[in-house]
Ligand binder design. Structure first.
Ligand SMILES: *Cc1c(COP(=O)(O)O)cnc(C)c1O
Length: 407
């Protein structure tokens, strides 16, 4: 893929590179700003020699069939690799598919996997059902584990040490460099779900071998497409590419094109929504009804120092734990009454979302009790003053007896 931005090297700002990468070269005379949407299963060749040549050359680059992706896919691969600071990225039809590709690339019967207890729920399900059935054993570990602690859990057959930081719903920040050192000392690969970190956590600078993102979230950014990615340095590319194609993983070119469109505004959306999220989080933290706000960028967060050391920023997803004197029923009522926050899974779009947390978490190595009834907020593009007003009305009603509200 010809692009002027790569030629200039990484000296330019992230925003500049994201704006320039994965586009038809300025001087190629193609006449469009954006890479065309190429939908294709079949790729045709003028003669047998050209077909043979395409296969012998880098199959994955030129493509002799749709499964390998064509120019639209390659453009998004370049953009995602740029976002995460990797060499190559493979695109899948969902974030969960990306997790499956990465895990299947490294695990086989008889292997052992270490998984943080705070992992994304469907990742746990993959380990406990399909991978267990294939003879892969998983041990869940406390996400706040230190280097010596994880070293003790690593066995001779541990092939994958998985990380996800911050943790799903409970938002523990992991010491990824320490965990990576322990894993590499025993020859295990470090996989990471970096969906929250986006580009604020640069996985390959912290020892990660394979980084997974749900592009569905911030890269797509408009809650209308599911996509995932597995990003690596060159050394891991053959393993990932093989798993990707062997598992028949493919993403629709239309969806890929929409993700490319989303990626162009990622820096401004992320900056604005992260800032609004901090405004709302700080306001919530000041409310007496709130026990704690689970946001790594708040000084009160237990692993704030780790976040500050390893992340260059945050996104707009965080948790709110209410005082234990409230019941989850009361919090559900608060959620039901919000006007600007839709109740729904996923996040990273332009719109605000809320999801009840209590009662939905599975934890086996740590406690699922966050200290009180909890919910998760995703802050969108709305003005934070309006969001605070909406939340404020709901929180003020928390102490109103249920019967009075029914009148
Ligand atoms: C949403 C999400 C996924 C899965 O992404 P989908 O595209 O919805 O399959 C994986 N990991 C994390 C942390 C997520 O938030």
């Amino acid at each position: 893929m010809p692009d002027d931005a790569r030629a200039h090297g990484p000296a330019m700002a992230f925003e500049t590179r994201l704006s320039q990468l994965g586009r038809p070269a300025k001087r190629a005379g193609k006449g469009t700003v954006n890479v065309p949407l190429i939908r294709a299963s079949t790729v045709t060749f003028p003669d047998c020699a050209t077909l043979r040549d395409a296969r012998l050359r880098r199959l994955d680059q030129y493509g002799s069939y749709g499964i390998h992706g064509l120019a639209t896919h390659h453009a998004l691969e370049d953009v995602v690799a740029e976002i995460e600071g990797g060499d190559r990225a493979a695109i899948q039809g969902s974030g969960l598919a990306a997790i499956v590709v990465a895990m299947m690339a490294y695990l086989k019967a008889g292997d052992h996997c270490l998984m943080p207890d705070s992992c994304y729920g469907p990742t746990r399900n993959l380990c406990d059902t399909l991978l267990a059935g294939f003879g892969v054993e998983t041990t869940y570990y406390d996400p706040c584990i230190d280097e010596a602690g994880i070293a003790k859990l690593i066995r001779d057959n541990t092939r994958v040490v998985y990380t996800e930081s911050p943790g799903s719903h409970s938002f523990e920040v992991q010491d990824v460099p320490a965990i990576s050192r322990a894993a590499h000392a025993r020859g295990a690969k470090v996989l990471m779900d970096n969906t929250w970190g986006i580009h604020h956590f640069q996985p390959f600078r912290h020892g990660v071998d394979v980084s997974i993102q749900a592009l569905t979230k911030y890269v797509v950014g408009h809650s209308d497409v599911l996509l995932g990615s597995v990003t690596v340095k060159n050394a891991e590319w053959p393993a990932i590419k093989n798993a990707q194609v062997t598992l028949g993983q493919y993403a629709s070119a239309d969806d890929v094109w929409l993700a490319l469109r989303g990626s162009r505004t990622l820096p401004v959306r992320l900056a604005r929504q992260a800032e609004s999220a901090m405004t709302v989080a700080r306001w919530l933290e000041g409310r007496p009804e709130v026990l704690r706000v689970l946001h790594p960028a708040l000084e009160s967060h237990p692993q704030h120092a780790l976040w500050k050391r390893d992340f260059s920023g945050s996104c707009s997803l965080f948790g709110v734990v209410f005082q234990p004197r409230y019941t989850m029923d009361q919090v559900n009522r608060l959620i039901d009454g919000l006007d600007l926050f839709a109740i729904g899974a996923s996040w990273g779009g332009y719109e605000s979302l809320v999801l009840p947390t209590t009662g939905t978490l599975t934890r086996v190595a740590t406690s699922a009790d966050l200290g009180g009834p909890a919910m998760r907020l995703h802050i969108g593009q709305e003005d934070p003053r309006d969001l605070i007003a909406d939340l404020g009305a709901g929180i003020a009603a928390l102490d109103t007896p249920f019967t009075a509200l029914e009148d």
